[in-house]
Design a protein around this ligand. Structure first.
Ligand code: SAH
Length: 339
């Protein structure tokens, strides 16, 4: 599965197969840009702005529009760093960021991003990382592979330590994403070494749950993960509990999970939409329907969740305050979703 997805991102325009939040509405990237300004200002000096898996570069471009306007000095002494493996998408990202006074630096991994204060964003990055699937059998555990266009089940003598085995019943599928856990550990270590904050938005569960979440999409439609590997986008639900715990173990604070709809509401997305509608009334319908798709609980508002990590001693980032905080427009607690 790992190789199939790397081939997919390197060889195709993935955005013909699925659409992500920043491609649906500019408000998504603008709101995250404002989040970076507030969270970054608390770090007390120049920051490296890092994005993992920037896709077409739309989120970063929308964020930079806000950042360069609201806090022109934000990147002075720091830089924009993009963690991206696909040469094709790196070229798209370069095009998207050309209008801004930044010279992005590309990286294969977080390890080469220079030390220093950092603000890190990642939207739909973790779900693209390859998973391993295990099946609870009567006499132990098996691992399921795709091989030669079919599934193969192999009994395991050694169960990987990361496998959350406690509540599994017979025939349950349990997934782990070693690359996501490794990324959580790398971010956790970095946040222990340097002041910073990180925001991950993705679809998944707040708690580790059994279940087969592997999905293949081709041209926007579900397809079999077995057919023509490398030609469809493969994704899996993110296990935010395991991800946050792995980062926390390495020293980061884990502020846990807030649903995307709640996060956008508490950061002022509705107000931003009204302002946009006022300045472009002819586009009001499209602006409102885009935001509804991101925020409505039955659409992306609940399935998509955000998790924030921060260095020890940092206060809760905007939208993650236990009491709703100064960004809350409703006065409600931000939801710590327990599904
Ligand atoms: N954040 C974007 C794109 C999401 S698609 C958006 O919201 O629109 C996933 C992105 O992660 C793509 O840019 C893909 O090339 C990148 N990616 C996938 N696996 C990666 C890996 N192992 N290392 C770095 N980037 C990766």
């Amino acid at each position: 599965m790992a190789r199939a997805n790397a081939a997919y991102y390197a060889g195709r325009d993935p955005f013909s197969d699925f659409i992500t939040a920043p491609e649906i509405s500019q408000i998504f990237g603008e709101i995250l840009g404002a989040w970076c300004v507030v969270a970054g200002a608390r770090l007390g000096g120049p920051v490296h702005l890092v994005e993992a898996g920037p896709g077409r570069g739309t989120l970063m471009a929308d964020a930079l529009r806000v950042i360069t306007r609201a806090a022109p000095g934000f990147l002075q002494g720091g830089a924009v760093h993009l963690i991206e493996t696909s040469p094709r998408l790196r070229a798209c990202q370069a095009d998207a960021l050309r209008p801004f006074p930044v010279s992005p630096v590309w990286h294969e991994t977080l390890e080469t991003v220079p030390r220093g204060r950092l603000v890190l964003l990642a939207n739909e990055f973790l779900d693209a990382l390859p998973i391993r699937q295990f099946i609870r059998m009567s006499d132990g555990w098996g691992e399921r592979y795709v091989e030669g266009g079919d599934w193969r089940l192999e009994s395991l003598l050694d169960v990987p330590p990361e496998l959350p085995t406690r509540d599994a019943e017979l025939d349950d599928v349990v997934e782990i994403c070693p690359a996501a856990l490794a990324f959580a550990e790398a971010v956790g270590e970095r946040l222990l070494a340097d002041p910073g904050v990180a925001l991950f938005v993705d679809y998944g569960t707040a708690r580790s749950l059994p279940g087969d979440s592997l999905q293949a999409l081709r041209d926007g439609r579900p397809t079999s993960p077995l057919v023509d590997p490398g030609s469809a986008d493969l994704t899996a639900h993110v296990d935010f509990e395991a991800f946050g715990a792995a980062a926390q173990l390495r020293g980061a604070q884990n502020f846990g999970v807030v649903e995307q709809g709640r996060l956008l509401a508490s950061l002022g997305a509705v107000e931003r939409a009204s302002a946009l509608c006022k300045s472009a009334p002819e586009q009001a319908g499209a602006i409102r329907s885009g935001l509804d798709r991101l925020m409505a609980p039955e659409r992306m508002g609940r399935l998509f969740k955000a998790l924030a990590l921060a260095s020890p001693g940092q206060v809760a980032p905007p939208g993650f305050e236990p009491d709703g905080g100064p960004f809350s427009t409703t006065g409600q607690r931000s939801s710590r979703n327990d599904d």
